[in-house]
Design a protein. Sequence first.
Length: 340
Amino acid sequence: MTRTETAAPGIATQTAPLLDVRDLKVTFNSRDGAADAICGIDLSVGAGEVLGIVGESGSGKSVTMMALMQLLPASADITGSARFRGQELVGATSSTMRQLRGARIGMIFQDPLTAFNPVLTVGAQIVEALRLHEKDLSKKAAWERAVELLAEVSIPQPDRRAAQYPHEFSGGMRQRAMIAMAIANRPDLLIADEPTTALDVTVQAQIMDLLNRLREERNIGLILITHDLGVVAGAADRIAVMYSGRIVEQGSVDEVFYNPRHPYTRGLLAALPKIDGEAGPLVAIEGTPPSLRNRPAGCAFRPRCSVSVERCSTSVPALLSLNGVETACHRSEELQRISA
Ligand SMILES: Nc1ncnc2c1ncn2[C@@H]1O[C@H](COP(=O)(O)OP(=O)(O)OP(=O)(O)O)[C@@H](O)[C@H]1O
Ligand SMILES: [Mg+2]
């Protein structure tokens, strides 16, 4: 049973998803020609639900999220559909996106230093974020809210901290402050791109606890992008595994972790130490992912796959549902039978 079903009965399961992405494609155009970074992905996340997205470097995790938020350069062509509470994001006007970003949809990045302005205090920046979306909020009331938000993300002495500059915060504290800013306008959806990668393990766990608490208390939907399968195993309800611009496996964390169908997912999991709680980063599949301009025909994973057959070099496997998990592998049915 997924956490969504136990923690929030009827909320995430009976209403339309918060975010529903269909056939999203991103192509970067340059003098060297076009490069397809995202080749048509489908995903959805509900209120109070955590969707983990994993995959090696360059698989397209960040580009997917930047495309949804319209944060990619003009050289990127984006097609397909991404509905947030029914509202189409692909092709939405920049003023619509400005209203959504930071208000209805919050974003948390790996490096909080880049998200903060170094010459403004942390409190002043939260005040700015609040007043951007709530025009008649007084400066004084906004400052009080900023202090409350810092307290909510467990920053000690929040009134003193609010008056400090980002460089006066430790890495973990800055990450908390960025989360405070991201939730300032009470978003329905949070997108966290490697929110804990730069932090040590103890702080990582604290940040994940914090995100989990926010999800439960505020029923926020969370998209959690990470290299770290251990983080996903502990925090997500569902997981999407990306490889070379596609989702190759998607399902509940329990199903995907305990019964992976795709050879790539199996490879990722084989790279994990077996002791619970000590899962490491994704490292151990031999070879490297193809570059965008050099994708092999057929399945992009084929050159690294130990069970590929002829068909894998000619046709791209579709993402098909097999016993509740979606898998894009020509041999997933056979492989599942063999391992069962
Ligand atoms: N602005 C851009 N112009 C051209 N190509 C880009 C641009 N941004 C990203 N790419 C390419 O798109 C592909 C996907 O990149 P992306 O940043 O989404 O990977 P990722 O899965 O987030 O990796 P990481 O785990 O390293 O963050 C990569 O091949 C990358 O080089
Ligand atoms: Mg990335």
